[in-house]
Design a protein. Structure first.
Lengths: 314, 250
């Protein structure tokens, strides 16, 4: 299995190389930092969303859930919609990237924290209650957002649509640095708890019997998930919904194991390969016709149905 | 020794246990029996800290439940919960390997591997060690979980109705393995059983519970009587003696 990780790393290197070099016209002094920044964002977002999804699936003991179910994406869309509605698109565009990032990460982490407190207070079956609360909350946010979007000026609405699709076409250098500073420690912490995650995946009672208090582990994992998803979403926009699902399903196929020592790096690498490879195809071969998140949603939706149906048969 | 003092417990408003005090001595097999809803599983969950103890005290040797850390307790007490459903797709040897987790916390050494190997061999799991848990029979799965608890290498082993869904061959072989663990390895086994005959045949001591209280406590011959069946279980089945062991004629 370790060998498969090496192959994945090679695939990632190849994808990065292709991304940097295909259709490279113009001076390298411009291309290198321009493409390099986007590449870094792709790798970072791919890895953090995938790791967050694996963490979420482990603590919920459910392979078809992703963190987006607790409403991160919806909240992001709502924040942008409300900001544009209140300030107008001109002022919104004039907001400093740093401020916007802080607002987005702050509010999304707050949402995570609220749900997290809920988890701590509950007595039994708290994980499922958390998930269900998240779903309901997501629906509420979506409806509220839709309502605001009805009120909004049509030209402003087109701005909302643009900023609420995940894009990698423009990546702010400062944001990239911020996201890296936040994301890397979280990924490291996830790696550090790999053995604990193995035990937590056995279910609450068995984990407790082995001396691993499930609540504590779940809480730590949940904080990491919030940080990873919030910063990735603030950087490029909402794409956690199906992307994580695709990657974790792929990772389970590539390395069929429950050991997080293998699964976490595998998911991170797979996520990066899928994003970088996909973006290379879209940007360079298909001429930037569609944002990658649209493709991800389409493929992911089909995969989700497939996983559901396959499960029923088993 | 497991020392239980003045333990009461409620689930919601419903009282489940009333002021229970009980000593479970070290060594041998102690069976908790009683009709449905008597509080056997609740008592076991409290000892295993699977449920939070609110009233009363439970000590396991010098460790007090609620104060001792989960990690520390996991090195002295292994639990086999009622449900052995694991959503993760694990192979038999991986499951048994988890038994060592309280000792190595994710970094198994050669000593840990040797213990896992001996557990796999002892419980006859060698031929199926690479199979997935959902590909083996219920009896084999129960055995794999007991092997995991064995690998945990604790003085105490608590089991909550491990014979559920087992046929007679599976149930007897599991009970014999527990008997062996008590006799040869000096483990203290506390087991919740539904079937009085299994308790009478394999346990050294029987604790009968009734409506959240201890109804009887002692050797099988003293506890399993016509009176117990009538008063505690509410049935008029007869007890007969076979080679010194009481047998309930159902």
């Amino acid at each position: 299995m370790a060998r498969r990780l090496i192959w994945l790393a090679l695939a990632l290197a190849l994808a990065c190389l292709l991304y940097m070099t295909v259709n490279a016209r113009g001076s390298w002094s411009f291309l290198l930092p321009f493409r390099g920044q986007k590449l870094a964002a792709l790798v970072l977002v791919g890895a953090s969303l995938s790791v967050a999804t694996v963490l979420f699936q482990t603590i919920t003991e459910n392979r078809i859930l992703t963190p987006s179910i607790i409403g991160f994406d919806q909240l992001f869309i709502m924040i942008q919609t409300v900001l544009i509605f209140m300030m107008g698109s001109a002022d919104y565009a004039g907001l400093s990237a740093l401020l916007l990032f802080a607002v987005n990460v702050g509010l999304m982490s707050l949402l995570g924290l609220v749900l997290f407190t809920l988890l701590r207070r509950g007595a039994r079956g708290e994980m499922m209650r958390l998930v269900l609360t998240g779903i309901i909350f997501g629906v509420f946010l979506r409806s509220a957002t839709n309502f605001v979007q009805r009120l909004i000026d049509p030209t402003e609405f087109s701005v909302v649509t643009t900023v609420t699709y995940a894009r990698f076409n423009t990546v702010d250098a400062l944001l990239l640095v911020l996201t890296t500073v936040v994301t890397l420690p979280a990924l490291w912490a996830a790696w550090r708890m790999r053995s604990r995650l193995d035990v937590l995946g056995l279910g609450d009672q068995i984990a407790l019997g082995l001396g691993e208090a499930p609540r504590r582990g779940q809480s730590i994992a949940l904080v990491l998930i919030c940080v990873l998803v919030a910063s990735a979403t603030a950087l490029v926009g909402p794409m956690a919904a199906f992307f994580g699902l695709i990657v974790s399903a792929l990772a389970h196929v590539i390395t069929p194991t429950e050991r997080h020592a293998i699964l976490l790096p595998c998911a991170a690498l797979t996520g990066a390969v899928v994003l970088v490879g996909g973006q290379t195809l879209l940007e360079r071969v298909m001429g930037l016709a569609t944002p990658i998140s649209v493709v991800v949603e389409a493929v992911g939706g089909a995969l989700f149905l497939f996983l559901l149906l396959k499960r029923r048969r088993a | 020794m497991i020392r239980i003092r003045n333990v009461s417990h409620k689930i919601g408003p419903a009282p489940i246990l009333h002021d229970i005090s009980l000593d479970i001595p070290k060594g041998g097999i102690t069976a908790l029996i009683g009709p449905n809803g008597a509080g056997k599983s609740t008592l076991l969950s409290l000892i295993a800290r699977l449920a939070v103890l609110r009233e009363g005290e439970i000590h396991i040797d010098a460790m007090k439940i609620g104060e001792v850390s989960d990690r520390e307790l996991a090195r002295h007490l292994a639990i086999m919960a009622q449900s052995t459903h694991v959503s993760a797709r694990l192979r038999v040897e991986e499951l048994v390997g988890f038994g060592r987790y309280p000792w190595h916390r994710g970094r198994p050494g050669p000593g840990d591997r040797a213990i896992v190997e001996s557990a796999i061999e002892r419980f006859g799991l060698g031929p199926m060690r690479h199979r997935f848990l959902d590909e083996i029979s219920g009896g084999q799965r129960q055995r794999a979980f007991v092997a995991m608890a064995f690998a945990q290498d604790t003085d105490y082993l608590l089991l909550d109705e491990p014979l559920n869904n087992l046929d007679i061959a599976g149930a007897r072989s599991l009970m014999r393995l527990l008997r062996q663990m008590a006799d040869e390895d000096g483990k203290t086994v506390v087991i919740v059983l539904h079937d009085i005959n299994y308790a009478a045949r394999f346990a050294d001591r029987i604790v009968a519970m009734h409506e959240g209280r201890i109804a009887a406590n002692g050797a099988a011959r003293e506890v399993v009587t016509d009176a117990l069946l009538r008063d505690v279980f509410g049935t008029d089945a007869e007890v007969s003696l076979h080679e010194g062991h009481p047998v309930v004629l159902v």
